[in-house]
Design a protein around this ligand. Structure first.
Ligand SMILES: Cc1cc2nc3c(=O)[nH]c(=O)nc-3n(C[C@H](O)[C@H](O)[C@H](O)COP(=O)(O)OP(=O)(O)OC[C@H]3O[C@@H](n4cnc5c(N)ncnc54)[C@H](O)[C@@H]3O)c2cc1C
Length: 508
């Protein structure tokens, strides 16, 4: 028996999965289901050159080990890049797209088929010996194995704007940013959020001369870094996270000791307090941290990649509520340092603040109303009018809900599933539809693996998931039984679109 695989989501995670599994002799066919072209998911598919990665080339690779595959890709094309470079995200999209086409063509050479199905997956139904993936068009695909790589596609607008959703002067998300570039040059824009996507929005808007106010409950901006790369040798030991069942606050002393000891190895004689600015005014802090980064005084940045890897590794077998409690305890550190911004973005933000185009509000608005053709925004300290509001308050994964006894649903809207409705996810990132059922051959990769992964929104982590699945498959024979497609999926409604439609080969 050979595997016929459905990959749900063809963004960077889906392409990484394809690169790892397509060469396996046991894989006969891979259908990549995505309404978007494979390789060009929302994270890296926006063509705007102003949007930079906040991860360096070294860790922004579809292959988690060895020299960065992205560095190689760009290097042979003549880009003047190094391991630490932060490149525009569209280049990562191009890289993913080309690697997808390459994997598809190599698979065809060995008689396997890779096809793009331009559709949205709504459910994965277990048929006993395999799966039927039900698509929004009404068609379905038969699979022996399903990889869910659905990324972060759904905006999470704050409650404040919910009554106004759909209004043309309200953007539910900054992406694609071409819409923001289309706003008048004299527009006054409120950006809700102060994290990475809010910074993308502010940079795009201010570069066209628009006046922007950013606002979030914390009013904090991320810290500034000059690189995010893997260390040549490990200096951090977070094995103190190895045991669940300890209250997050009780862990503080051990976690702090580990970080301070690692930092002393990275930058002897440079205490942490000399590498970060104290709290207070967010713009003053940004200015100070930009200067520290310019002077090379941000040694903490060389621990970030190890922190992510070790937090993910040591907490993978924790119960979900304990993982959430740990993340809540260190939310500030994750927001500011794990999700720090590249120096180039920080310099641009400081420049826009100096030019009077950008400000950061003290807290969130308390009310938002239409007043004529503008927005009336109320703050604790008064009111202000804006022409446009952009929600940059985060994107979320599709909701996964078990529809007993045999179906996993992927939902973009609707209510949050209850704990009982959520699928169980094993340490190997495999789904169980109920506690008394065995592991399914359904894997959750990248951001979709959040029920098991503490920090999943990082391409290096998604690529590690892809490699782990390929390693599991290479070490075990493919499933012995696979049901024949039932009547429903034998109908011509079985849609296979994309460049290799109808190419024979594989078949399982
Ligand atoms: C704006 C932004 C910037 C980011 N920048 C970085 C960065 O610089 N470095 C980094 O390491 N990480 C970054 N990330 C994190 C990023 O989420 C991860 O790196 C991730 O691995 C990206 O790939 P993805 O394929 O998981 O997600 P995405 O790019 O979101 O792609 C997911 C794909 O799944 C498809 N999909 C969703 N639901 C369905 C469905 N039901 N059926 C079919 N298809 C579906 C979508 O159409 C989409 O094409 C960023 C994320 C965002 C949102």
């Amino acid at each position: 028996m050979r595997r016929t695989v459905v990959v749900i989501g063809g963004g960077a995670t889906g392409v990484s999965a394809l690169l790892h599994i397509a060469p396996l002799p046991q894989v006969a066919r891979v259908d990549v289901v995505d309404p978007r072209p494979p390789g060009l998911g929302p994270a890296f598919g926006d063509p705007d050159p102003a949007l930079l990665c906040n991860t360096s080339l070294d860790v922004t690779s579809l292959r988690p080990d060895g020299p960065s595959d992205l560095l190689t890709y760009l290097g042979v094309r003549g880009w003047p890049v190094a391991n630490g470079t932060f490149v525009p995200r569209f280049l990562v999209g191009q890289y993913c797209r080309e690697r997808y086409l390459w994997a598809r063509d190599r698979a065809a050479e060995r008689g396997a088929t890779v096809a793009h199905v331009r559709d949205r997956a709504e459910a994965v139904r277990s048929t006993g010996g395999g799966y039927r993936v039900e698509l929004a068009s009404g068609a379905s695909l038969v699979a022996s194995d399903v990889l869910v790589c659905a990324g972060l596609s759904t905006p999470r607008p704050p409650d404040l704007v919910r009554p106004h959703l759909g209004h043309e002067a309200l953007s539910e998300s900054p992406y694609p940013v071409a819409r923001l570039r289309g706003l008048p040059a004299d527009a006054r824009v409120l950006v809700l959020g102060t994290g990475l996507s809010a910074i993308d929005a502010a940079l795009v808007l201010c570069s066209g001369g628009r006046r922007v106010t950013m606002a979030s409950p914390s009013g904090r901006l991320p810290a500034v870094r000059t690189r995010l790369t893997r260390p040549e040798r490990s200096r951090l030991d977070l094995s103190c996270l190895g045991t669940p069942g300890v209250a997050p606050t009780d862990r503080d002393p051990a976690v702090l000791r580990s970080l301070v000891s690692a930092l002393a190895k990275v930058a002897p004689g440079l205490p942490l307090r000399h590498q970060v600015a104290a709290g207070g005014d967010p713009v003053a802090r940004l200015r100070e941290e930009t200067e520290l980064a310019e002077r090379g005084l941000t040694a903490w940045q060389d621990l970030v990649s190890e922190v992510i890897d070790q937090v993910n590794e040591h907490t993978v077998d924790w119960p979900p509520h304990e993982r959430s409690a740990l993340l809540a305890r260190y939310r500030e550190a994750v927001f500011r340092y794990v999700s720090a911004i590249p120096l180039a973005n920080a310099r641009a933000l400081v420049g826009h603040c100096d030019d009077g185009l950008l400000s950061v509000a003290d807290g969130s608005p308390t009310r938002l109303d239409r007043a004529g053709d503008r927005w009336r925004v109320r703050w604790r300290s008064g009111a202000e009018d804006f022409d446009h509001v952009v929600c940059a308050t985060g994107l979320r994964e599709p909701r996964l809900r078990v529809d007993p006894p045999d179906t996993l649903r992927l939902e973009s809207g609707g209510a949050e599933p209850t704990d009982e409705e959520r699928p169980l996810v094993t340490e190997r990132l495999r789904v169980r539809l109920a506690a008394d059922r065995p592991e399914e051959r359904i894997w959750l990769l990248g951001s979709t693996s959040r029920p098991r992964t503490a920090i999943p929104n990082y391409l290096r982590e998604a690529a590690a998931h892809a490699r782990a699945v390929a390693d599991q498959w290479a070490a075990t024979p493919p499933p012995l039984t696979q049901e024949e497609p039932d009547d429903r999926s034998r109908q011509p409604r079985l849609v296979r679109t994309g460049p290799l439609v109808g190419v024979p080969g594989g078949g399982g």
